[in-house]
Design a binder for this molecule. Structure first.
Ligand code: GLN
Length: 271
């Protein structure tokens, strides 16, 4: 079999579970056989052992997300290691990293709450040179956060902490707080895409009404935001009004829509 035949065969199988089967089979061939797209189209004879590729394909056909299978993903031009303990970084979360880019300086202190892979904390640190603290509660996710800080050789400060608690931490106040917290309503979880159901529930479930973590941020972290400081949070569709309500002690500055026209990031200023 040659590379193009294999690519076509794989794509056909992945069409069962994916709307972008061609892209996914390209990623799998790149990851498991180091084939680039031009290698694929050059119709190279394949003599490699394909067992790992076939195991990976079966996993994908069982709705395991491609990102967990290849174990890494790109976000804001950086690479992040992934496993089932962390949420897969989404393209729309790049808006959260970029929304205050013109204001965050190397002198700024930034918190990223619910850090997961650390994709927000690490990208913002690299982009701005700021002092960034990354808060994460769960052991498995915290471990990935540490790995990603090392992989990206950046000076993000990891803090193992549950943001639903009042921080009695001896920590300096922040100029910026960023967060992409879990925001799906508990009862909506079951109807999510099968792939998403393979992501950690703790990274998705925003409690009965979906706003649990916005309230926790408001109660526990607003005292740690300096006057004149900014808060930016990612939200899901239709959450803007209630989130503005929750952070009523702040000034709503703007709401940014994502590439699908969905209101996705809400930005506030304290004072
Ligand atoms: N901050 C991480 C991200 O945006 C994880 C978010 C989460 O676990 N809810 O991808």
């Amino acid at each position: 079999m040659n590379s193009l035949q294999l690519y076509r065969q794989l794509t056909k199988r992945l069409e069962e579970v994916s709307d972008c089967a061609q892209f996914e089979s390209k990623c799998l061939l790149e990851h498991f056989l180091s084939l680039s797209l031009s290698d694929i189209y050059s119709e190279k004879e394949i003599n490699d052992d394909l067992s790992e590729l076939y195991i990976a394909t079966e996993k994908r056909l069982n709705n395991i997300p491609l990102q967990y299978i290849v174990g890494k993903w790109e976000f804001m031009d950086c690479e992040f290691l992934l496993n089932k303990n962390v949420l897969i970084p989404r393209p729309e979360t790049e808006l959260l990293c970029e929304c205050l880019a013109d204001k965050i300086t190397p002198e700024s202190v930034v918190y990223d709450l619910c850090s997961g892979t650390g994709c927000v904390a690490i990208s913002v640190q690299k982009l701005s040179g700021a002092k960034v603290y990354a808060f994460e509660k769960y052991d498995g996710a915290y471990e990935m956060l540490l790995k990603n800080i090392t992989l990206n050789s950046c000076a993000v400060i990891p803090v193992k902490f549950d943001i639903c608690k009042k921080p009695d931490l001896d920590i300096e106040k922040s100029d910026f707080i960023l967060s992409n917290p879990p925001y799906i309503r508990s009862e909506d979880i079951a109807s999510l895409q099968k792939e998403v159901l393979n992501e950690p529930l703790t990274a998705l479930d925003g409690g009965n009404d979906g706003y649990l973590f916005y309230r926790a941020i408001n109660q526990n972290f607003m005292p740690l935001l300096k006057n004149g400081g900014y808060l930016a949070v990612e939200i899901s569709e239709n959450q803007e009004t209630e989130v503005i309500n929750i952070f009523s002690s702040l000034n709503h500055i703007k709401t940014i829509k994502d590439y699908n026209g969905i209101k996705r990031v809400v930005v506030f200023r304290k004072g």
